[in-house]
Ligand binder design. Sequence first.
Ligand SMILES: [Zn+2]
Length: 232
Amino acid sequence: MSWKEAEEYFSNHDLVILPIGSNEQHGPQNPLGTDFIIAEAIAEELSKRTGFASLRCVPYGVSFHHMHFPGTIAIDEVVFMNYIYEILKSLSKWNVKKVLIINGHGGNLSSLQILARKAREELNLLVFIFQWWALKSLENYFRKDELGHAAAVETSFIAYLHPEWVSKKEAVNEVPKEKVKELTWFTYTKEATESGVFGVSKTFSEEKGKKVFEEVLDYLVKLVEKIEKEKF
Ligand SMILES: [Zn+2]
């Protein structure tokens, strides 16, 4: 968009889509960019299907737990929040009232939830956070041990979007070490899995990835209709 086109867009739309990802290990078979590649693909397709503009993806996120794996890039939570806040603040100047964040990385969630609160209080902006892997219907296509980080569901998604970026021969299955469920504390991925894969990844396929993509998009299109009606 040129600024002229942006001016026109903001004169009759108050919602934008913002994909956010991470750059971190996704097992030996997937690219480091898995989370931002998926978030951006979802956002772009959602934009095509709904007519709401999608911003470019923020590719880096809070990924310290993966730092034992080469190529991972981690952003401190405070820096991450301040950076995203400035994006939201700029949007609020252009009459945007609602931002749908397509969050591609679970490690960003707690920071984004704080931002959703701050944006509503300080910018009069409603921030909605969507995470594709939280869709219950994915359990129709994948077993529980295929739903973890870098396992079959995520690998299938990338295989559908960019088959040339997934290595079939590098895909592994690894049972992660269990944590004590009654406690929450900071743990490194390396303490649970050597390969970086949580569960079964060898069963991935492009066809399953296509199903996930369509499932997520169908869900999101309906969600956007609900968000459009949301008054505040
Ligand atoms: Zn991921």
